[in-house]
Write a protein that binds this ligand. Structure first.
Ligand SMILES: C[S@@+](CC[C@H](N)C(=O)[O-])C[C@H]1O[C@@H](n2cnc3c(N)ncnc32)[C@H](O)[C@@H]1O
Length: 249
């Protein structure tokens, strides 16, 4: 019989040190930014599925959200911006693995018939509640609030309209729903670090009008959330720099 030394703590300590160094590696950050701009020309984030449905995310962020869900164990995940449904299926699959009775609430201003059909016939659809409407409309918020109980553990992911005004309004409306120790994730803050040429046909830009600036404004006045730097430092390739917000109060 062989005996082995339990090195799990040591492994975690080393990992944390390495992640810290990664976060300080300016050369790697620059290369990442260059890579990002080049990959976006090929619509990189549009090329993946989760359990059969297109998920418009970078694989790195999917891994990070998996870690966060597993660690924080929400039973309600609210996501604004559904598109083709893959991210809702991803969230639902995580809740399924947590083995709780959790549900995903997905909001989109335009749920196309074929996307709704694909989501509704997916094996995980029982866990998903779809709401069609703007994420910042009072009626949408009312519907969401009816689906949440005071004992629920709520996590929120914002991935709809990426303008400053819209994201800031979403942050104001959705942040009070997030439960202490759970996450509020603001996607596409990376727009601020990218070439503006990617957004010529979009209502946002890399100067002020983007989710990153909305997070900056939000955090100036809100002390319930802190930026989880460790997540972005280890990912490097992420659409959410400064967008992984942990609820601490
Ligand atoms: C980036 S996609 C979402 C991608 C999806 N979360 C995923 O990971 O596959 C953005 C979506 O936001 C929706 N959207 C745009 N404006 C919105 C609004 N005001 N309220 C809710 N959804 C909106 C669009 O219709 C689009 O489907």
């Amino acid at each position: 019989m062989t005996t082995s030394i339990d090195d799990r703590d040591l492994f975690l300590q080393e990992r944390q040190k390495e992640i810290c160094h990664l976060g300080q590696d300016t050369t790697l950050h620059q290369l990442t930014s260059e890579w990002f701009n080049q990959a976006t020309r090929h619509r990189y984030s549009y090329h993946f599925d989760w359990l059969g449905l297109p998920i418009i995310q970078y694989p790195q962020d999917i891994i990070a959200i998996q870690e966060i869900i597993w660690k924080t164990k929400p039973n309600i995940i609210i996501e604004t911006g559904i598109a083709r449904g893959g991210s809702l299926i991803f969230n639902a699959s995580m809740l399924h693995l947590l083995n709780n009775k959790g549900r995903v609430i997905g909001i989109d201003i335009d749920i196309r018939a074929h996307n709704r059909e694909a989501i509704e016939k997916h094996p995980l659809s029982e866990r998903i509640h779809l709401i069609q409407g703007s994420s910042i409309e009072s009626d949408t918020l009312l519907q969401i609030k009816h689906l949440i109980q005071p004992t629920d553990k709520v996590m929120v992911i914002l991935d709809s309209n990426h303008t400053y005004e819209h994201v800031l309004t979403e942050l104001m409306l959705y942040s009070p729903l997030v439960t202490q120790s759970c996450y509020l994730i603001v996607l596409d803050t990376v727009i601020k670090m990218m070439d503006d040429s990617h957004f010529v046909d979009r209502p946002w830009d890399n100067r002020h009008n983007n989710p990153h600036t909305a997070v900056d404004t939000f955090l100036q006045k809100n002390n319930r959330f802190i930026i989880d730097y460790e997540t972005q430092n280890k990912l490097l390739i992420t659409v959410a720099p400064n967008g992984y917000l942990k609820c601490i109060l």
